[in-house]
Design a protein around this ligand. Structure first.
Ligand code: HOC
Length: 357
């Protein structure tokens, strides 16, 4: 069902009251002191929007494109693992809600739904597949083949997660994934994480390929013939490295502050990355986005699309597919207001807006 939303930040408290403590801790939590996680949202205040007036703006048009994919909003869903923790229909309902918002849903390798079932839940909507590369090449080939056959439009290579950040709330709660991860279960060889059920986060990460290298980008492209977005870029050098190695898109992210604590806010590193990328490929941005104003500032700093993670999962928990749609509607409402008050009509106008210190 649709949910009433005054602001996105208040969803966390509502979900905490109804969700099992271990699941909530896993979803909400960041690593160590959660310093980077907090900085992610706080850093949007380091820049101010310089508004224009008398621009004849009578409404905002949020429509945009990634490659040839038409979108009703520049806001997309950030892939998140184990969405069955939030709702019995998990990723299938998220896919439906995101499709209703005219946006892109990305399914994680570590989903509680198969890539086929997620695709079937929203057959006409664009879906991406988020790969955590495994130590086992057989698994990588198997899962990428499944994603291609299910109709994925792009592969997201998660490059910041060869091992998990130290998340203390999971330690305190002795958190273990309570549900199977059917994309793992479908593969006959047993990986270190089995089918995910009853495993702790460290055991899940034990299956990940260590020592990812730029050549892995080409390997994925050769296997899938799909565009590859490299997710977890935080430095201009790595953006350049990834593009030279064949990346079709750069995903600026610090994994919502769940991996390296003590690193910079994602928003703080975006302008320098955008400068180096220099429009060679699109840039997706995530981490800490809780307001339409944050979306606006990320677009004005060089992002082409902005992804939201935890807010989508909170919407899923509170209202299933319609709850997810409500979260998109709320972000879009705030973004529209910000756009019009800043004197911008289109996403292209937003991207030209000046931010000041
Ligand atoms: C390699 C195993 O992205 C998180 C998820 C992790 C999913 C398991 C990765 O918790 O941040």
């Amino acid at each position: 069902h649709p949910i009433d939303i005054v602001n996105i930040a208040s969803l966390e408290g509502r979900v905490k009251e109804r969700m099992e403590a271990g699941a909530f801790g896993y979803i909400r939590g960041g690593s160590e002191d959660e310093w980077t996680m907090k900085e992610n949202t706080a850093s949007f205040m380091n820049k101010k929007i310089m508004p224009r007036i008398l621009q004849g703006i009578d409404h905002a048009d949020l429509s945009t494109k990634l490659w040839d994919i038409e979108l009703q909003t520049p806001i997309i869903e950030a892939p998140s693992a184990a969405q069955g923790l939030a709702h019995e229909k998990g990723e299938a309902d998220t896919a439906k809600g995101v499709a209703a918002a005219g946006s892109i849903f990305s399914i994680s390798t570590y989903a509680n739904t198969t890539v086929e079932d997620a695709a079937a839940a929203a057959p006409d909507a664009p879906q991406f597949f988020q790969l955590y590369m495994s130590k086992d090449d057989g698994f990588n080939e198997f899962i990428l083949d499944k994603a291609v056959k299910a109709g994925a439009k792009a592969i997201i290579l998660t490059a910041d997660s060869t091992l998990g950040g130290y998340r203390e709330e999971d330690v305190i709660n002795q958190f273990q994934f309570p549900l199977p991860m059917p994309n793992l279960a479908a593969y006959s060889a047993q990986s270190a994480s089995g089918n995910g059920e009853g495993k702790g986060i460290a055991e899940i990460y034990a299956a990940a390929k260590q020592g990812l290298v730029p050549e892995d980008i080409k390997k994925i492209k050769d296997l899938t013939h799909l565009p590859v977005l490299v997710k977890g870029i935080q430095s201009p050098e790595d953006a350049d490295l990834a593009i030279k190695a064949g990346a079709d898109g750069i995903w600026v992210s610090n994994h919502g502050g769940r991996q390296l604590d003590g690193g910079p806010a994602s928003f703080d590193v975006l302008p320098a990355i955008a400068e180096v990328v220099d429009k060679r490929v699109p840039i997706v941005f995530d981490s800490g986005v809780r307001r339409g104003e944050h979306v606006f500032k990320a677009l004005a700093s060089g992002a082409d699309l902005v992804a939201i993670g935890r807010p989508v999962i909170y919407g899923l928990n509170l209202g299933g597919a319609e709850g997810v749609k409500s979260v998109f509607d709320h972000f879009n409402k705030e973004l529209s207001i910000t756009m019009q008050l800043a004197g911008t009509k289109t996403i292209a106008d937003v991207k030209k807006t000046k931010l000041i210190d």
